[in-house]
Write a protein that binds this ligand. Structure first.
Ligand SMILES: Nc1ncnc2c1ncn2[C@@H]1O[C@H](COP(=O)(O)OP(=O)(O)OP(=O)(O)O)[C@@H](O)[C@H]1O
Ligand SMILES: [Mg+2]
Length: 263
């Protein structure tokens, strides 16, 4: 069976005075509806890989197929949530999402439908109370939620998230993780998320892709996370399978593929 999203022998070399080989022979097949996390030490090439899947940069060798079609440019079928939200500061919360909705559904939905769809997606992330606020008037966690609403509103085939909760405090992070899990459960979209957080990776993922250190980073191991859904963070705290998965990721990152030392 052909994979929904197929990353095939991707390599990336940035040219310069000294060429730097960042990724080498990265291959990964992802089924429709799967939630996949990518974890690895800083600088190993996670964002580079995500940007290749997003079509924002082209790999030097290898390629990415989505439903059998080559990814060679950015497109609304692959929405990206960046680590630091990328809202337009002069637009309101509503207009930031509406702009994306108009771009994707300008011809397919009526004006009234686009309005309702914008509001619906902001309600999904509990931001419908702040439609008229501008980004500087809301908190970091709220901005992140608007960024997620904007990405979901595009109904992307694949949702790409680069450390979406990295800059948030622990409580906000937990709330957003729960809402992303609920949305994924309800919509069944395919998600690739980069994270540095082992607990987050185990809690959210069907598979955890662990990357080796660069240069020429590649996939070291892929850990399936066989925990029933919906998942409950409190119940998992006492679940041996949860702790086993966590220990496996920690062992990869801190025993077998330690961060390179700087001295
Ligand atoms: N446009 C570019 N030109 C040259 N080198 C680049 C470019 N983009 C990234 N790199 C290099 O590629 C390597 C991987 O960068 P990348 O941002 O993908 O890492 P990362 O795993 O996402 O790190 P972090 O966890 O810190 O976000 C780094 O050494 C970086 O300096
Ligand atoms: Mg990165």
């Amino acid at each position: 069976m052909q994979a929904y999203l197929d990353i095939s022998h991707v390599g990336m070399t940035f040219a310069g005075k000294h060429d730097s080989v960042v990724l080498s022979d990265v291959s990964l097949s992802i089924q429709r509806g799967a939630f996949v996390s990518i974890i690895g030490h800083s600088g190993c090439g996670k964002s580079t890989l995500l940007n290749i899947v997003a079509g924002l940069i082209r790999s030097t060798i290898g390629g990415v197929l989505l439903e059998g079609k080559e990814v060679d440019s950015p497109g609304p079928d692959r929405a990206v949530v960046f680590q630091n939200h990328s809202l337009l500061p002069w637009l309101t919360v509503y207009d930031n999402v509406r702009l994306a909705v108009d771009k994707v559904f300008g011809r397919k939905k009526t004006r009234a439908e686009r309005d309702a769809w914008t509001r619906h997606n902001l309600a999904l992330v509990n931001m419908d109370h702040a439609l008229d606020k501008r980004p500087h008037e809301i908190s970091g966690g709220m901005k992140q939620r608007v960024g997620i609403a904007r990405a979901l509103a595009m109904e992307p085939k694949v949702l790409l998230m680069d450390e979406p909760f990295g800059a948030l405090d622990a409580l906000t992070r937990a709330r957003l993780q729960d809402s992303v899990m609920a949305i994924h459960q309800r919509l069944g979209n395919t998600v690739i998320m980069i994270t540095h957080d082992v607990d987050e990776a185990v809690l959210l993922s069907d598979r955890i892709v662990m990357m080796t250190n660069g240069p020429a980073a590649t996939i070291g191991e892929v850990l399936p996370v066989n925990l029933d859904r919906p998942r409950d963070r409190l119940a998992l705290a006492t679940d041996p399978a949860y702790h086993q998965a966590r220990a496996a990721v920690l062992a990869f990152l801190y025993e077998r593929h330690r961060a390179p030392t700087t001295h």
